[in-house]
Design a protein around this ligand. Sequence first.
Ligand SMILES: [Zn+2]
Length: 221
Amino acid sequence: MSQDLDELFSKNRDWAAAQEKRQPGFFTRLLGQQTPQYLWIGCADSRVPANELVGLLPGELFVHRNVANLVVHTDLNALSVIQFAVDGLKVQHIIVVGHSQCGGVKAALAGARLGLVDNWLRHVQDVRDQHAALLEQIPEALRVDALVELNVLEQARNVCHTTVVKDAWARGQSVVVHGWVYGLHNGLLQDLRITAGGPEDVMPAYKKGLERVARRYLAEV
Ligand SMILES: [Zn+2]
């Protein structure tokens, strides 16, 4: 095996050539500016490649990924991405995307000790503890996916509570926040329908989303 990862450079050359062949001048046009309409906040999991699974090209999707797709109020990394996306790029949509069988959520649910990441996953455990009464009623085999959805609900609400999004809404800028879940087993995205396009939407959307999670998972009991 090459230490220089030649195979990746070779694949990259093939990809760039194919892209340029499909759309001549593609890269030169992108040099000018990027005008993505969407900010994707997803999990770092290698099985959830943002652009590929929604069929978007470079320049069309602004992406932030971390373990378990968290939006923590003091995370300057995520907040800076959100600010640049909203204030700079003027994205119209911010989508928080969780995925089934998320390893981070699984570890958080089980209280596994993995090292430094435990402190990051503590945020997911806060979600777990907040919804403990509901999770306890859900069959154990379904609890990871239920917590994945609850986590998306909470993180999407966190996006709505950022100063960046609140300020954008206050000045009349159109920003719509969504919560989705990606199914590792079938490659399909599911809309949790917690869409919020203004401050008045946030709590009703969150409550309805929560009710739907409860109804769906408790129906399995
Ligand atoms: Zn994950």
